[in-house]
Design a protein around this ligand. Structure first.
Ligand SMILES: Nc1ncnc2c1ncn2[C@@H]1O[C@H](COP(=O)(O)OP(=O)(O)OP(=O)(O)O)[C@@H](O)[C@H]1O
Ligand SMILES: [Mg+2]
Length: 357
């Protein structure tokens, strides 16, 4: 099948779909994965989709939160939904030295807070889980969707950030034995008469109970730390391997160009391999006479508006193309009349991608 070569040429064993929020990462990751499975490769799409729209699109159900689930109607395609909290729990289970240590961490209230909310955890968990599955060798191709990030590059820096967080003074401070063996607060030596006041201040500001839980957590976490640091290093390597290709998705329009450019440069500067650059949801180019640039448009004239949008998107594409250079011209994917929300519309999108890549 000649069209099948198109997709494979643009993909690697590992594909990471990146881009700013809402540009279509999840949708395109699913389309790539479906196309790849249709080509005959055992493929897994790992998505980060808090809205869980894709779960419905692929019809995989809740089970995909815990494991890779085969997609009915698409042989050789599996999907999983990434869940930071669950991945974190699994990690703790793997590295904790014993059942008691494991329980001590998982039941800790501070852990519940940390695993749910620490900046970067979500991003880190995506790569962590990718690593786990990649190592298993079960799939010929894995497509990783990435979470919406405030800063688009949070994701790539996540492994480094976790390590530096673990290395930071915060951890040392947290590991200080703040409580004695009977669970009573033990303030730093040398406070003298200020001692009682210090304890009260801490209780009023941080809350002794929370401090106790935090301290407990980090004490319990300490033996795991070695495993984490090593793992973060391996994950870093995997992301920079030539077998891992990044597909950058950008929104249409000239105003999105600096974003995409910045992203492309940062990826390459940091030693990652950038594959295709896709500009998604491009408005169609109008045929026939266009309204003059600068002319007032009647807001009720839909055709004129679409034509103007098409024109703007075309300019965005051209300027991105000239800035990226001839070796990497962006691929335009049109705005579809309907949101691709079932297998057959994702298939059409995959075919569209094949034609254009
Ligand atoms: N080419 C397209 N034509 C029409 N609709 C599209 C197209 N691509 C994506 N969409 C729609 O745009 C919306 C956003 O897409 P999607 O959820 O894939 O973006 P995302 O980058 O994953 O967002 P987030 O950063 O929030 O995770 C969805 O409703 C999706 O169905
Ligand atoms: Mg998404």
């Amino acid at each position: 099948v000649s069209s099948a070569r198109g997709l494979s040429r643009a993909l690697a064993p590992l594909v990471v779909v990146v881009g700013s929020g809402g540009v279509g990462k999840t949708t395109l990751a699913a389309a790539f994965a479906l196309g790849s499975a249709d080509e005959g490769l055992e493929t897994l799409v790992m998505t980060f989709d808090p809205s869980l729209r894709l779960k419905d699109t692929l019809g995989v159900g809740e089970a995909a939160r815990d494991a890779e689930v085969e997609v009915a109607g698409a042989p050789r395609l599996s999907a999983s939904l990434l869940d930071a909290r669950r991945t974190f729990d699994r990690l703790i289970e793997r590295y904790a030295p014993g059942e008691a240590a494991r329980r001590r961490i998982l039941e800790n209230r501070y852990y519940a807070h940390l695993a749910g909310g620490l900046a970067g955890i979500l991003e880190y968990m995506a790569v962590e889980r990718l690593f786990e599955v990649a190592k298993s060798g079960r799939y010929a191709r894995i497509i990783l969707d990435t979470p919406p990030t405030r800063q688009a590059l949070d994701f790539l820096e996540a492994p480094d950030r976790i390590v530096s967080f673990l290395n930071s003074g915060v951890l040392k401070l947290a590991l200080r034995p703040w409580f004695d063996s009977t669970g009573h607060f033990r303030p730093p030596r040398g406070l003298g008469p200020l001692r009682a006041g210090f304890e009260r201040l801490l209780d009023e500001t941080v809350g002794l109970e929370l401090l106790r839980e935090m301290n407990e957590f980090f004490q319990a976490f300490a033996p795991l730390y070695g495993g984490f640091e090593e793992r973060a290093g391996e994950v870093r390597e995997l992301l920079r391997s030539p077998r891992t290709l990044f597909v950058l998705v950008a929104g249409p329009g000239e105003e999105k160009v600096p974003d995409a450019l910045f992203f492309a440069r940062r990826l390459e500067e940091s030693g990652h391999h950038l594959g295709s650059v896709i500009v998604n949801r491009v408005h169609p180019r109008a045929s026939g006479a266009l309204p003059a640039v600068g002319a007032m448009i009647d807001p009720l004239d839909g055709r004129a508006l679409i034509a103007r949008l098409g024109e703007l998107d075309q300019r965005g594409l051209e300027s991105l193309a000239s800035l990226l250079g001839p070796a990497r011209s962006p691929v335009a994917v049109p705005l579809l009349p309907r949101e691709p929300n079932d297998l057959s519309s994702l298939r059409s999108l995959a075919q569209e991608l094949e034609r254009r890549l």
